[in-house]
Design a protein around this ligand. Structure first.
Ligand code: OAD
Length: 250
């Protein structure tokens, strides 16, 4: 499935960065966005994932996110998440940059997870920005008010909002520093996340895409693996382990 060149480069790499999207969580039962039956085929982002929608109808937007929370709170990391975490045993440094808001990389055990679009397991006040990490809020049916009188909202990035500055700055730094940059389970159409592999390419990283479907990034990468992440990532870890055992026995 993978080239010898990739496995050799991986075994010599100092920093491997893995940039993930909704496809990585698909096999945990969390729907992707742009598939035929994906989230954006049933709902309009401008009516739900946007601050004006929330201010106009906070209860409706809150309820929609609560239904997504129900899915996420019941989801478990799949073999793709687990293999990404396991890679840390084989490579000196691994960084995960994710557009996902489900927290599954952290639950799987990855130590550096850069969340570009926030995390649905947290909330903050739309007015005073106070953070609310109370887990009871994750199943609360009614939208809640902050002590300042503002509305409490999920800590996710909505359309038209800026990404958290520290997250995007760290992600860009990792793209520059990486020897290998893997892009897994994203349609690579949402910016600035879609620009990170291009940055990594410019900086000299070996860039590999893992996705059952081609994307706008495909023609730019060194290798494109048309496979599901829950199959490809464990296979990649297995091949790398084998290579390292082979070297040790020399
Ligand atoms: P998309 O739904 O746009 O793309 C999911 C990608 O995963 C597609 O390219 C699929 O081919 C691929 N895929 C599906 N199943 C897979 C599997 N088992 N293994 C590997 N790949 C698989 O989701 P994202 O690219 O994550 O933003 O979307 C980016 C952003 O758009 C999201 O973070 C969200 C959305 O609007 C915000 O909400 C801010």
């Amino acid at each position: 499935m993978f080239s010898q060149a990739l496995i050799e480069r991986l075994s010599n790499a100092h920093l491997v960065t893995i940039c993930t999207g909704a496809g990585v969580s698909a096999e945990s039962g969390v729907a992707t966005f742009r598939a035929k039956d994906g989230i954006w085929s049933k709902f309009k982002p401008e009516e739900l994932a946007n601050v004006d929608a929330f201010l106009a109808n906070p209860q409706m937007v809150w309820e929609w996110y609560q239904s997504r929370r129900e899915v996420i709170l019941n989801a478990r990391p799949n073999p793709g998440h687990l293999a990404i975490a396991e890679l840390e045993q084989l490579v000196p440094r691994v960084s995960v940059i994710t557009q996902n808001i489900d927290g599954l990389h952290t639950i799987a055990g990855s130590s550096e997870v850069i969340e570009l679009h926030g995390n649905l397991r947290r909330n903050f006040c739309q007015s005073c920005l106070k953070h609310y990490d109370d887990v009871a809020l994750l199943t609360e049916r009614q939208v809640q008010q902050c002590e300042c009188g503002g509305q409490i909202r999920p800590d996710v990035v909505w359309f038209g909002e800026l990404l958290p500055v520290e997250a995007i700055e760290l992600a860009e730094r990792r793209a520059f520093e990486s020897n290998i940059f893997l892009v897994v389970g994203t349609s690579s159409v949402v910016w600035p996340a879609a620009g990170l592999p291009l940055l990594a390419l410019e900086a000299g990283a070996y860039v590999v895409e893992i996705n059952p479907e081609p994307t706008p990034l495909t023609r730019h990468v060194h290798e494109s693996i048309r496979e599901r992440s829950a199959k490809a990532m464990p296979e990649l870890v297995r091949s790398l382990r084998e290579k390292m055992v082979e070297w040790e026995s020399l």
